[in-house]
Design a protein around this ligand. Structure first.
Ligand code: LLP
Length: 441
């Protein structure tokens, strides 16, 4: 079990989240079901924003990296908590705007933003756009000129740090598709280029070194490299950095192999970052920049669990046992993509001792459709409710209709009360955009 206060086993021996019994939730809403604990999401948003308040005089803003879980309700929570968000597509921006999210607190990313996404962002007057290409800078400058505005931007730079995480989610290695490298001088060249743009106002820099990172040292190193760059660029171009965005990437608990940080301990990451920033800016004689951080996974990851119903159980004698559930890689793609590890338990028999090592199989038509491999479970039977923990980040947001399976609904739980935040899909939804040309009729 993870360390979240609101995830526990109740007196009936059932898993409980946010005061709601998971077997009741499964009965009421059906499975597969994404379940989110509102309190944990809010606690995580608060711990970051409060740390900036306490340790940095409030001169910064937490931007929830909404690629981790994007839907109107999560933007509504971020709005209530007074934090900002980061969006990476027109779709995320549209969703946030539908939720009434304040445009000035939105920061837009993307290594290849499309023209219509840039137009949309400018028309909605979003706060900051993080520039990541020459062609984008040209397009953005031109579109801002047409609108008679000067757009605030940051430049995405690559500090060249290999954080210890999965290769697919490392982003600041020398061969990354993201950002401009400090080491090879392209970051400085791009800075000079942006400073000539009349309709762009360069406020500073952004970097994101990767995801699911536990070592504070990686973040400390990134700050050191950024501040050195800020100093170099001040000396060479006379540019004074007003804002620095340090990205996201704080790790979460998935299995016993991961650290189990309390909400308060996440404060330490930010404190380490802030202390280094203050120290380094002092050393180089630089003014302290306004800071942004962009946590995604650590805000929603452990707040979410997925509930399934056990279907077929198949044993290949002496080799393996599969427990198949009513979900699959269409709603939980991270094992197929990254061989990610998870903790699972039977929500209806949560006190039963795990007795066997099994793999949880999905219902998609391919062998790689595994939800989690080598999981320790009590003997599962058809009809049991299986809960997979820490599925709040990059599950719903990466879900698809593969095999024309329906993307499960999501509910938000607080004080025992559950509400839909994403409605169930229907078969009609699946064919809504399908067309049969006349000649095929
Ligand atoms: N900022 C930027 C610019 C990012 O690229 C990301 C994540 C974040 C913030 C948020 O990082 P977080 O705090 O969530 O680690 N699909 C992968 C994760 C991809 C992360 C992409 N960028 C997964 O399921 O592990």
């Amino acid at each position: 079990m993870n360390s979240r206060d609101t995830l526990k086993i109740n007196s009936a021996g059932h898993l409980e989240i946010g005061g709601a019994d998971c077997t009741d939730l499964a009965k009421e809403f059906g499975t597969p079901l994404y379940v989110y604990d509102e309190t944990h999401i809010r606690n995580m948003m608060r711990v970051y924003q409060d740390t900036i308040k306490e340790a940095y005089d409030g001169r910064g803003l937490v931007l929830y990296a909404s690629k981790a879980f994007s839907c109107e309700a999560v933007y509504a929570i971020a709005k209530q908590e007074g934090i900002g968000i980061d969006v990476v597509s027109g779709g995320e921006l549209y969703t946030a705007m539908q939720a009434g999210f304040p445009a000035e607190k939105i920061c837009m990313h993307g290594n290849n933003k499309l023209k219509h996404e840039i137009e949309f962002a400018l028309d909605r007057k979003i706060g900051t756009i993080v520039v990541d290409a020459y062609s984008e800078a040209d397009m953005l400058d031109e579109e801002a000129r047409k609108r008679g505005i000067v757009q605030d931007i940051l430049l995405r730079i690559n500090p060249g740090i290999e954080a210890h995480t999965h290769a697919y989610v490392q982003t600041a290695t020398p061969d990354s598709k993201f950002g401009f490298s400090i080491a090879d001088g392209t970051a400085e060249k791009m800075t000079a280029y942006l400073l000539q743009k009349k309709n762009l106002r360069l406020k500073g820099f952004h970097c994101h070194i990767g995801s699911q990172i536990f070592e504070k040292q990686s973040f400390v190193l990134a700050v050191e490299k950024n501040v050195k760059f800020m100093s170099d660029i001040k000396n060479s171009l006379g540019f004074v950095t007003e804002s620095l965005n340090m990205g996201g990437g704080f790790g979460i608990w998935y299995t016993q192999e991961d650290a189990k940080l309390t909400v308060k301990e996440y404060k330490e990451y930010l404190l380490a970052l802030i202390q280094t920033l203050k120290k380094e800016c002092g050393t180089y004689g630089l003014q302290l920049p306004f800071i942004y951080i962009e946590p995604g996974r650590s805000i929603v990851g452990e707040a979410g669990i997925t509930l399934y119903t056990v279907g077929a159980v198949k044993e290949i004698p002496g080799i393996k046992k599969y427990v198949a559930i009513d979900g699959g890689m269409f709603e939980s793609p991270r094992y197929a993509l990254y061989h990610s590890k998870y903790t699972a338990l039977l929500a209806n028999r949560a006190n039963d001792t795990p007795t066997e090592m099994i793999s949880i199989a999905g219902k998609c038509c391919e062998s790689g459709d595994i939800i989690a491999a080598n999981v320790n479970l009590p003997k599962a039977q058809t009809g049991d409710i299986l809960a997979v923990l820490s599925t709040g980040a990059y599950h719903y947001s990466m879900a698809s209709n593969y095999n024309r399976n329906l993307i499960p609904p999501a509910i938000l739980v607080k004080d025992g009360k559950a509400d839909y935040i994403v409605k169930p899909q229907s078969y009609e939804d699946l064919v809504r955009n399908d067309l049969i040309p006349e000649r095929l009729k």
